[in-house]
Write a protein of this length. Structure first.
Ligand SMILES: NC(=O)c1ccc[n+]([C@@H]2O[C@H](COP(=O)([O-])OP(=O)(O)OC[C@H]3O[C@@H](n4cnc5c(N)ncnc54)[C@H](O)[C@@H]3O)[C@@H](O)[C@H]2O)c1
Length: 260
């Protein structure tokens, strides 16, 4: 444990916290003694998370929808009595394919969930964070937020946008003592990356096993990233141990050289 890392009783809102990386972040912040609220569009997954962690506050919300986000923050304010940490985790993979094959609907949906949601949530969170002495925003980007990613143009564009949004917001909110950082995971092990690899294997007409190995080898450490490692970075970045870290790309990707 780092010095100054106590997170006891911090009020934390995690978007899309019911599965994947969001659920792992939820577990880590809950076990650090935070008061955690999560939202998700998947009600069954919210119920499962609540069974695992009975202290959780859960709410169904679609973070790409303005009215739903307003309701989410009204509930957070009432239930948590304010906010110290917002973790903008929600994100979708978006379509896979050459740009000329993509529909505008898929493009719009990817940007809506991956970047517009972060704007909508930050806009509601900032007035609450200004009343906190530990205000922090963490935005989930990706290794595809600082590398090109052929076949995944909407995803990559949205994740680069997250970095620009983060750096701009960090400058805007620095005078209020609010820190804003982006987390850039590499390929995280779990069902989502397996589905992405399967879609890509089909697209490229190559065996899935060989493509999994190539994904591992795109990082110099030669392995996929456990979701727990991303959650640990989030906990550090939200804590006072990182009190002078803001406006940064916090990369957790085994030093990924290129995305395939
Ligand atoms: N998995 C990876 O390899 C990887 C790598 C880099 C970055 N990321 C980023 O990390 C974040 C989490 O990814 P993940 O792999 O855990 O995703 P996931 O697909 O495993 O889980 C996503 C969760 O988001 C919820 N969700 C989807 N749309 C939503 C919406 N509009 N409103 C509220 N909830 C919604 C889903 O119901 C689900 O519970 C994303 O921003 C993703 O882009 C993931």
């Amino acid at each position: 444990m780092f010095a100054d890392m106590s997170m006891k009783d911090r009020r934390v809102l995690i978007t899309a916290g019911a599965s994947g990386i969001g659920l792992e972040i939820t577990r880590v912040f809950s076990s650090a003694g935070c008061r955690v609220m999560i939202c998700d569009i998947d009600e069954a997954a919210l119920a499962t998370a609540k069974r695992e962690l009975p202290g959780l506050v859960t709410l169904k919300a679609n973070v790409a929808d303005e009215a739903s986000v307003k309701n989410l923050f009204a509930q957070a304010k009432e239930t948590l009595g304010g906010l110290d940490v917002l973790i903008n985790n929600a994100g979708i993979a978006g379509p896979t394919g050459p740009v000329e094959s993509l529909s505008k609907t898929d493009w719009d949906q990817t940007l809506a969930v991956n970047i517009t949601s972060q704007f909508l949530c930050a806009r509601e969170a900032v007035p609450l964070l200004k009343s906190s002495v530990h205000g922090v925003i963490l935005n989930l980007s990706s290794a595809a937020g600082h590398l090109g990613f052929a076949g995944r143009t909407p995803y990559s564009a949205s994740k680069w946008a997250v970095v620009g949004f983060t750096k701009s917001l960090a400058i805007e909110l620095g005078p209020f003592g609010i820190r804003v950082n982006a987390i850039l995971p590499g390929a995280v092990d779990g069902p989502r990356i397996r589905a992405v690899i399967a879609a890509k294997a089909k697209n490229l007409n190559v065996p899935e096993d060989a493509l999994t190995k190539r994904h591992e080898e795109q990082a110099v450490l030669g392995r996929l990233i456990p979701a727990r490692d991303v959650a640990n970075m989030a906990l550090f970045a939200a804590s006072d141990a990182a009190r002078n870290v803001t406006g940064q790309e916090l990369v957790v990707d085994g030093h990924t050289q290129a995305l395939i």
